[in-house]
Write a protein that binds this ligand. Structure first.
Ligand SMILES: NC(=O)C1=CN([C@@H]2O[C@H](COP(=O)(O)OP(=O)(O)OC[C@H]3O[C@@H](n4cnc5c(N)ncnc54)[C@H](O)[C@@H]3O)[C@@H](O)[C@H]2O)C=CC1
Ligand SMILES: O=C(O)[C@@H]1CCC=N1
Length: 284
């Protein structure tokens, strides 16, 4: 039996023998860490190519059995050996260095890029084949509450799509979109956690301004964001309806909603998404 088949493990119906991540930073940690936590992958199926020694140490200390390599040719070759799935998790501007590096042999391996902005055409040209998936995940994947959109180049098989969907579904919500929608996905859910963290922080700041201890305010604000998101997801009710249900006539909430509308909160969020989408388009 070929070594790749001997190694093959099927956990949560995800079939990957070995995943090699090029780059081991924030998003690789969130995505792979989330999959390991959900037992969709085990550390001995992971190899990480990472130039920073402290980051390599983090991987090997956090996930015993995970293989780490530097970016010298021998390290790249060792990490790519037997990989059947390659995750490109470097910053968009670093991707051209990866593609120009002759130590990489992508063979016919399935390649997933999570780089913002970089289009399938660029990825296919860099990788040298078209079995390439462009994914926009987000950092809550780490805690199993990610949201991801993806699109595929022509060489991706239905079984590849199935595997990518299972991989991403193991850490949250996933949807396939057209490539023309990827900048919007990036702006809504890829960057979105940052907007939500900012809102939680601001809500807590408001509580502190009204006299609450910082920790109490932060816990109340965090749980409120979590509860509101779950209400939208689990009831299926329109967020406007749920908002109306909180607003008692002449009460406290409508006073706050009025203030938010006067300060352009809704337009500010729409403009923020437009700014992120614009930046995503610039990155290509
Ligand atoms: N941070 C986020 O929330 C999200 C990030 N992304 C995308 O994920 C990609 C990575 O972003 P982050 O993880 O945030 O960045 P990061 O800076 O935390 O991680 C990138 C890693 O790549 C390593 N690296 C640099 N040069 C390299 C090379 N030549 N070969 C291999 N590794 C190299 C760096 O040392 C670093 O650890 C980006 O393309 C970004 O657009 C996508 C969705 C969300
Ligand atoms: O800020 C960025 O460019 C990346 C892509 C989406 C989230 N973080």
């Amino acid at each position: 039996m070929p070594p790749a088949l001997i190694e093959l493990m099927t956990i949560s119906k995800l079939t990957v023998a070995k995943l090699t991540s090029v780059g081991g930073g924030q998003m690789a940690r969130a995505l792979i860490g989330g999959m390991i936590a959900k037992e969709a992958l085990s550390p001995n199926q992971i190899a990480v190519i990472e130039p920073t020694a402290s980051s390599r140490d983090w991987w090997s200390q956090t996930y015993s059995g995970c293989q780490t390599s530097g970016t010298e040719a021998s390290g790249i070759v060792a990490a790519m050996d037997n990989a059947d799935l390659v995750l490109l998790a470097v910053k968009p501007h670093v991707m051209s260095h990866v593609f120009e590096n002759e130590a990489y042999n992508f063979g016919d391996k399935l390649v997933i890029s999570i780089a913002a902005g970089l289009q399938l055409g660029t990825l296919v040209a860099g990788v040298g084949h078209d079995r390439v998936v462009r994914v926009m995940p987000n950092t809550p994947s780490l805690v199993g509450e990610g949201a991801a959109g993806f699109c595929c180049a022509d060489g991706v098989t239905p079984s590849d799509v199935d595997n990518v969907e299972k991989m991403l579904a193991s850490v949250g919500y996933v949807t396939q979109v057209s490539e023309s929608q990827m900048d919007a996905v990036t702006a809504v859910s890829g960057s979105g956690p940052a907007y939500m963290f900012l809102l939680i922080e601001a809500l807590a700041d408001g509580g502190v301004a009204e006299g609450l201890p910082r920790q109490t305010a932060l816990e109340l604000a965090t749980q409120t964001m979590l509860g509101a998101a779950k209400m939208v997801r689990d009831t299926g009710l329109h967020p406007g309806q749920l908002k109306d249900n909180v607003c008692s006539p002449g009460g406290t909430t409508i006073a706050a909603v009025r203030s938010l509308e006067q300060n352009g909160a809704r337009a500010a969020m729409i403009d923020a998404v437009a700014a992120a989408a614009r930046r995503s388009r610039e990155l290509k």
